[in-house]
Ligand binder design. Structure first.
Ligand code: SF4
Length: 344
């Protein structure tokens, strides 16, 4: 154990169960070795919601995840981040004011506000989650987007989904919504760039946002891997573009990708389209049992901002500036949207 790891272990010991370290799968191995729980967005949200003992949570991920933990934990529990600049560019692609304009726009059509439900991807700011909660909406992750969409559609609702276009369209397709009943809302354009006729017909309207880590995957990479490895199974994250998902054998959340790899028959060859650190870790774990190939090495630089050194400083000093405090006015409506998600 090096000095830094020792320092973190000592600090952990001194805090005992009063401190909990949560880490997302896209973190570096150096950070993950210190985590009490590792998971994807859904697993970490569930862990935060069920956490009752820890006074302080050190959240190693990006800001929206720490905000979610802050919303779901009790007021006296405090959530801290190792680096306040670890942000998610996709979450920044929609703010509450723009979401309000979109909501007013779409609900002028297709039967009015009662005929629509906003669904917000958990990869969003607390204010956008609060906006959705306030309008009777749900949050979802890539692991339960299909269930959240199905619930709305079964209720006879049309859906405004934000902020990820690709997860929205891929989920709508999974549920068999024809392309002519889907529309992409561009917040930079008047009326989202959509005609009244399109909005009257659409059952699913998705915000034009994206994750640059997952839009790096391309159809040609799948063609190349299929050519090189006979019988390869291709699995990609649903934040990937629709044509990439269509050419894959399946798409799934981070938790689903891990499950597929671990349950695959021995000697399987699996090509994965998601964040590279997770793929490399799975490749190491499966060495000698299954062959794991990245479709491309695509790293999330925002997740990389958390380092072992910053985690050590956090556990030592707990700077107030690194405490995530979701504003009181947002907590309740955002919690509503998240609790609807956790109940799925
Ligand atoms: S992988 Fe994509 S969605 Fe996830 S934090 Fe990074 S930029 Fe955001």
């Amino acid at each position: 154990m090096d000095n830094l790891s020792e320092k973190i272990s000592d600090l952990r010991r001194s805090w005992g169960s009063r401190v909990l370290i949560l880490a997302h799968h896209y973190q570096t191995d150096a950070v993950l070795q210190h985590a009490d729980a590792i998971g994807d967005s859904l697993e970490l949200a569930r862990r935060a919601a069920s956490e009752t003992k820890a006074e302080r949570i050190a959240f190693c991920g990006v800001r929206f995840m720490a905000e979610t933990a802050d919303i779901l934990t009790a007021p006296q529990q405090r959530v801290y981040v190792p680096d306040t600049e670890a942000l998610c560019p996709m979450a920044a692609m929609a703010d509450a004011a723009e979401a309000g304009i979109a909501w007013k726009t779409v609900t002028r059509y297709g039967g009015g506000p009662d005929a629509w439900r906003p669904i917000v991807y958990v990869n969003s700011t607390a204010e956008v989650k609060a906006f959705c909660g306030h309008h009777g909406g749900w949050a979802c992750t890539s692991g339960n987007a299909t269930a959240a969409f199905r619930h709305a559609l079964d209720d006879g609702r049309r859906i405004l989904f934000l902020p990820d276009e690709h997860l929205g369209v891929n989920t709508a397709r999974t549920l068999g919504i024809p392309d002519n009943q889907q529309a992409i809302y561009d917040p930079a354009l008047d009326n989202g760039g959509l005609s009244p006729q399109t909005l009257d017909t659409a059952r699913v309207v998705v915000w034009k946002g994206y994750c640059h880590v997952h839009t790096a995957f391309m159809a040609e990479q799948i063609a190349a891997v299929r050519k090189r490895y006979a019988g390869v199974h291709v699995i990609v994250h649903p934040e990937c573009p629709t044509n990439v998902v269509a050419l894959s054998d399946e798409s799934g959340s981070t938790a689903r990708i891990i499950e597929v790899v671990r349950n695959a028959p021995p000697d399987s060859i699996i090509a994965i389209g998601t964040e590279a650190r997770l793929v490399r870790r799975l490749a190491r774990e499966q060495q000698g049992q299954r062959t794991i190939i990245p479709l491309q090495d695509s790293i999330c630089p925002n997740m990389s901002r958390n380092t072992e050194s910053k985690l050590a400083t956090l556990l030592d000093l707990w700077p107030e500036s690194q405490c995530v405090n979701v504003h009181e006015s947002l907590r309740e409506p955002a919690r509503l949207a998240l609790e609807r998600m956790l109940a799925v």
